[in-house]
Ligand binder design. Structure first.
Ligand SMILES: C[S@@+](CC[C@H](N)C(=O)[O-])C[C@H]1O[C@@H](n2cnc3c(N)ncnc32)[C@H](O)[C@@H]1O
Length: 259
């Protein structure tokens, strides 16, 4: 809903495409248009900005990885991500790795919106808390011997620290040239009103990282590149010189790892 609101409310757009609206279907689109004012509340605009920026960052890095020859894209915790349905790169295999319940819900939405599932997309169901990623990927015929580009957006905050670090260790063990982009929040996020709302909705935020500590830990794991983008860098890169003052808040961070 927030990525769709970004398409309607923000100009220029940081992340632009029409499927963000279409995948909602007519009812949710109508609800969004009825309640657009709510999305402009000062405490919610930074979240919309962050959601737009993290998708833009991940897809820009994907384009660079593709130019370097990477031909597998793992979308971990895909949710309503629409990359696969917009992609014109038929030689890029895309794997949407997500909870089976979310995937079933998404497939209903895709069907209702008349959005076709492209031949290069594979759905790989997993519960990150109960199952190991390699098993889920093996079932999906992912090529573990070739490098992959991996995005993991809006997920780490919902998982235990153990589950997060296990997935990162899996990435560290991939072939050279593998890359991952993910987002995380600092402990200050736990104090926000949104944290209380998601907890009340039974999807509590549980894992936070201090950027410096996390970067050190990942460097020690052996990644060739560990780039952290904090709010200041995100605002400078994507939200400078806007007349509408749209910008991200202080808690969300982006991480780019290269094996
Ligand atoms: C906030 S959504 C983010 C979706 C998408 N990446 C985006 O940027 O819009 C969180 C996603 O994490 C997935 N997720 C959360 N906990 C999970 C778990 N234990 N196993 C598998 N997926 C999980 C949800 O199914 C959902 O798709």
């Amino acid at each position: 809903m927030r990525r769709a609101a970004h398409q309607i409310l923000d100009d220029p757009k940081v992340f632009e495409h029409s499927l963000a609206l279409r995948i909602l279907g007519p009812e949710d689109q109508a609800e969004l248009r009825r309640n657009l004012g709510d999305y402009e509340a000062p405490r919610l605009r930074p979240l919309r900005a962050f959601l737009a920026a993290r998708s833009r960052y991940a897809e820009d890095a994907l384009s660079e990885a593709y130019a370097r020859g990477v031909r597998q894209y793992l979308v971990l915790g895909a949710g309503l991500d629409t990359f696969a349905y917009r992609s014109e790169r038929s030689s890029l295999r895309v794997f949407e790795v997500d909870h089976p319940a979310t995937q079933a819900w998404k497939r209903e939405r895709l069907a209702a919106a008349g959005i076709a599932i492209p031949p290069f997309l594979t759905f790989a169901p997993i519960d990150f808390e109960r199952e190991k990623l390699p098993a889920a990927l093996e079932r999906a015929a992912f090529d573990a011997t070739a490098p992959a580009y991996i995005s993991w957006l809006g997920v780490t905050i919902y998982l235990t620290r153990t589950a997060v670090m296990e997935t990162i260790a899996f990435v560290a063990a991939r072939p050279v040239g593998t890359e991952m982009v993910f987002d995380f929040s600092t402990p200050a996020a736990a104090q926000s009103a949104l944290a209380a709302r998601v907890a009340a909705a039974d999807e509590p935020w549980v894992t936070f990282f201090e950027p410096g500590d996390l970067a050190r830990e990942l460097t020690e794991m052996g990644f060739r590149r560990v780039d952290v983008l904090g709010p200041r860098e995100i605002n400078a890169r994507y939200f400078a010189q806007r007349s509408d003052s749209l910008s991200v808040g202080p808690v969300g961070h982006l991480m780019h790892l290269v094996v």
